[in-house]
Design a protein around this ligand. Structure first.
Ligand SMILES: Cc1cc2nc3c(=O)[nH]c(=O)nc-3n(C[C@H](O)[C@H](O)[C@H](O)COP(=O)(O)OP(=O)(O)OC[C@H]3O[C@@H](n4cnc5c(N)ncnc54)[C@H](O)[C@@H]3O)c2cc1C
Ligand SMILES: NC(=O)c1ccc[n+]([C@@H]2O[C@H](COP(=O)([O-])OP(=O)(O)OC[C@H]3O[C@@H](n4cnc5c(N)ncnc54)[C@H](OP(=O)(O)O)[C@@H]3O)[C@@H](O)[C@H]2O)c1
Length: 426
């Protein structure tokens, strides 16, 4: 506590900044990961503050996903801890149902994030032994939160990846990232270049087809495509089941045989499979296999064209030159080129997080750093990974919190009194 006062004295002059002492963890991000952690902390009786740059919870789902999106894993793998999906939800909830669920989840656990607060920097202050988290708001002064625990929940998909392709800026048609794509309606009759063949590229191409557009999809390297279901059972669920009994390499082999039986040889359509199996590739490189919900059928029928090579450059006004020298004309371009973490742009720390903004230790060891730093939702295991992290983090902090609270109750609460004084000083 002495340190804390020294720290405060050092910073008395920062008059333009509002400082707030948080009696508990600060959670950065109000997506599913931040909400899940907040709910678990609430159950442990630990107070917290959630900081969210957007003006709503789950901004990725509300503002950066297309309308036709459905969860691609069965609902039991996507619900957050302590509150299941409503019983009448289908096996694969729609984007709207998922958002509604998250809204009611936040309400149920009384989670009220500070919206419009984008974390610009966070660093551990060795002198005080506390985290200093600075945010900017669209209105009002800069705010500095001071806390003992910092929970990073900004997501694996915080920023869009926009590749640098020669001449892209000179392309005269519309160029957007998949995160700005909502529906294929306005593309009817148009020739659309979809760059990328992950789940986004495949589903955007399918949606374009369903709206009578003419998509061509760039597949520059290789990708695993698996059917979402095999004999009416979720492929993911099947993989989880098999993994209980069999080694990963064998499960990969079985999945590929089943995929071949259901989908045929995808090389016939210009799509190469990686030499590493789908689960191993996900574990080692984080590359998600595509779970096919109909795009492959459109590829087979020629309604989605596959461009099995990279793009060399864009040639004004609306031509694209491929790596093999061919030139094609398009009306619009959709960059389904993926996302990245933004952690390294604001967190001043390099021991726990690697240069790509992911914890250095892979799942299941990447949730806890040192000095009160935690990561939730960076497991490359989607929503089920986020729930796993959230539960552990809340248990970890909760046990310390309970011990200290009980000790405090036994003595006269001088620390709590100091804390009140501190928040008034700023
Ligand atoms: C199109 C799409 C579909 C997907 N479908 C599935 C699926 O079906 N199943 C599945 O398991 N996973 C799916 N995912 C993966 C997805 O990332 C997770 O489902 C989930 O959204 C992860 O939650 P999160 O809270 O970790 O991250 P996010 O949902 O990205 O939430 C992070 C939050 O942090 C906020 N934030 C970021 N930086 C800052 C900052 N500096 N200051 C303050 N706030 C900040 C963001 O605004 C955001 O609200 C999908 C991803 C995409 C892109
Ligand atoms: N229904 C759903 O639930 C759903 C739907 C969409 C997305 N998602 C999830 O969202 C996450 C992100 O998926 P995503 O598809 O957006 O991204 P992604 O899986 O990272 O795929 C990005 C794609 O873009 C390609 N690419 C990148 N730069 C390129 C360039 N310069 N030229 C050509 N191709 C380029 C990549 O090719 P290389 O492989 O060659 O790099 C890859 O095919 C994943 O976890 C995914 O599962 C889920």
């Amino acid at each position: 506590m002495e340190n804390l006062f020294r720290f405060i004295d050092d910073h008395q002059d920062s008059s333009r900044r509002r400082c707030i002492w948080v009696n508990g963890p600060v959670i950065v991000g109000a997506g599913p990961s931040g909400l899940a952690t907040a709910a678990c902390l609430r159950e442990q009786g630990v107070p917290f503050v959630v900081l969210e740059r957007a003006d709503c919870i789950a901004s990725l789902w509300q503002k950066r996903t297309y309308h036709r999106l459905k969860l691609h894993l069965p609902k039991q793998f996507c619900q957050l801890p302590k509150l299941p999906f409503p019983e009448d939800y289908p096996e694969y909830p729609t984007r709207r149902q998922f958002i509604d669920y998250l809204e009611s989840y936040a309400k149920h656990f009384n989670i009220n994030p500070n919206f419009g607060e984008c974390v610009q920097s966070a660093r551990y202050d060795e002198t005080s032994g506390l985290w200093r988290v600075r945010t900017t708001t669209s209105s009002g002064p800069e705010v500095e939160y001071i806390c003992r625990w910092l929970l990073v929940a900004t997501g694996e998909n915080a920023e869009c990846m926009v590749p640098e392709i020669e001449g892209l800026a000179s392309f005269k048609g519309e160029v957007i990232h998949a995160s700005d794509y909502t529906s294929g309606e306005k593309y009817s009759g148009k020739r659309v270049l979809v760059v990328g063949c992950g789940n986004s590229g495949m589903e955007v191409s399918l949606d374009l087809c369903n709206h009578n557009a003419y998509p061509s999809m760039v597949v520059r390297s290789s990708v695993h495509v698996l059917p979402r279901e095999i004999l009416g059972k979720s492929t993911f669920e099947l993989a989880v089941f098999l993994m209980k009994w069999l080694p990963l390499w064998l499960v990969d082999k079985l999945l590929l045989i089943l995929a071949w039986l259901v989908l045929g040889n995808i090389a016939n359509y210009g799509i190469k499979r990686p030499s590493t199996g789908p689960l191993e590739l996900k574990n080692t490189k984080g590359k998600t296999p595509v779970l096919d919900i109909g795009a492959l059928e459109k590829i087979r029928s020629g309604k989605i064209k596959v461009i099995p090579t990279g793009i060399k450059r864009f040639v004004s006004p609306n031509r694209v030159e491929l790596a093999n020298g061919d030139q094609l004309e398009f009306d619009s371009v959709i960059l389904a080129t993926g996302y990245r973490s933004n952690v390294r742009s604001w967190l001043q720390e390099s021991e726990f997080f690697n240069k790509n903004g992911f914890p250095k230790s892979p799942f299941p060891n990447g949730w806890k750093g040192s000095k009160g730093l935690y990561a939730v939702g960076f497991t490359r295991r989607g929503l089920s990974g986020a729930s796993w992290d959230a539960t552990r983090i809340a248990q970890d902090i909760g046990s310390v919190w309970k011990k200290e609270t009980e000790q405090q109750k036994k003595t006269t609460s001088s620390i709590a009194c100091h804390r009140r004084c501190i928040s008034q000083q700023f």
